[in-house]
Ligand binder design. Structure first.
Ligand SMILES: *[C@@H]1O[C@H](CO)[C@@H](O)[C@H](O)[C@H]1NC(C)=O
Length: 405
């Protein structure tokens, strides 16, 4: 008797086809759910068309306008782009030029995908020009290209001089607000004026404001110290995810804190021991602090503040970083267990993000940290430094209510 394989060949082939179809259906479903969860392209198209119409009206009504287009970061996270865009807008206004704004590169939708800026920060797009219209408004004859090749301490003032001429349109061809400049003390000179800029021009879009206020209600958090609604809270930026490897490379390169975390007024805010970038262990201690260090910092922060027993944790747990959730629950157990400093812990995963709102979640995180009574942030993170800028700049908050891990 001859042995046959378990199934006859035609049956095997049929099963294989069924399996293939199953795979295709599942992957289509996953991509559908993933995109559907974000604002639709149709909505972004409407917003982008509105930007163009507003820009056209503005340019037509103000023929005397002078414009500046900067070379900007193409990619990186939302807060890296946001902080750069705000600084460029400030620089344009400081030189009486109209800022030519570009969309935000939105990596979750694809490496070159873009979303309209006003869907996030409408304050920047008001009385500014959409880059989509730049060539229409600025002919090559009316446009001057400049290269800024100076050292960090003179960069800001030198660029201001370069932009102060009468040319109708200027394009700055160098990426002037590069990582090196943003980490240098030269940035501190910009801070006094930039604070005023933030107070006057910074604004989140409507959906971001609405989701944040929905989150405040659902999580029972208090924004206004004078009100009795919700509970006053501490916000902690628990930056994990891809940061472990990132911190190792920052430590290897002796990199210190970024942007506003380097402000001298914040050095008393850094939890001891002081960061020593020549010491690998010290860099890791501040960039990727252990859970026990975080617990000590929170305990110290609320020691003399018995009314602060609620903590809201901003974290980056997601389907591609599931271990962050495990760390979060471990931290929560340490904080709320016997002798722990907290009674209640809420977190990013509980923010009520509705269907079609996922792109805005990161900005809502920033807003919830901005409104907290005390903010504990990571000086290596642009999300944390954005929170710091808004608290101190836009809201006139106190450095004493900020702690850097
Ligand atoms: C490096 O930093 C760690 C952590 O702060 C500290 O314990 C250690 O003494 C430092 N080493 C040196 C040589 O300063």
């Amino acid at each position: 008797m001859q042995y046959h394989s378990w199934l006859a060949a035609p049956v095997r082939w049929r099963l294989f086809r069924v399996f293939l179809i199953f795979l295709v259906v599942v992957s289509l479903l996953i991509s559908y759910l993933y995109l559907k969860n974000r604002p639709s392209y149709a909505l972004y198209d409407v917003i982008a068309r509105h930007e163009v119409a507003e820009s056209q009206r503005f340019a037509r009504n103000s023929p005397e306008n002078k414009y500046v287009l900067f070379k900007q970061l193409q990619g990186a996270g939302f807060n890296n782009q946001a902080q750069e865009i705000l600084l460029y807008h400030h620089l344009a206004l400081a030189t009486s030029r109209v800022y030519v704004y570009q969309p935000i590169i939105w990596r979750p939708r694809g490496s070159q995908a873009t979303v309209p800026l006003s869907a996030f920060m409408p304050g920047v797009t008001r009385n500014s020009l959409s880059a989509a219209l730049f060539e229409e408004i600025c002919s090559p004859e009316e446009t001057k290209h400049v290269k800024i090749r100076v050292n960090n301490p003179s960069l800001w003032e030198y660029t201001k001089q370069q932009l102060s001429g009468n040319e109708k349109c200027i394009v700055v061809d160098d990426w002037i607000l590069n990582w090196d400049y943003l980490a240098s003390p030269a940035l501190h000179d910009v801070w006094p004026e930039f604070q005023k800029y933030l107070a006057k021009h910074f604004q989140w879009s409507k959906p971001i404001q609405e989701i944040a206020s929905r989150a405040r209600t659902k999580l029972n958090l208090r924004w206004d110290p004078a009100s009795n609604d919700g509970e006053p809270y501490v916000a902690l930026h628990f930056r994990r995810g891809d940061f472990e490897g990132h911190c190792e490379s920052l430590a290897d390169h002796h990199t210190g804190f970024t942007t506003w975390a380097t402000l001298p007024s914040l050095s008393p805010s850094t939890y001891p021991p002081t960061l020593d970038t020549t010491n690998h262990t010290s860099s890791i201690e501040h960039c990727y602090p252990s859970l026990s260090r975080i617990v000590s910092i929170i305990s110290t922060a609320v020691q003399d503040k018995p009314h602060l027993r609620t903590l809201h944790v901003l974290h980056d747990g997601a389907w591609d970083h599931p271990l962050v959730y495990a760390q979060h629950y471990k931290l929560k157990a340490l904080l709320t267990g016997a002798g722990g400093p907290m009674k209640r812990v809420t977190h990013s995963g509980q923010v009520p993000i509705a269907w079609g709102e996922a792109d805005w979640a990161v900005a809502v995180d920033v807003e919830l940290a901005r409104r907290a009574e005390v903010f504990i942030g990571n000086g290596y993170s642009s999300l944390s430094t954005q929170v710091v800028a808004l608290r101190l700049g836009a809201d006139g908050g106190r450095a004493e209510d900020i702690i850097l891990l």
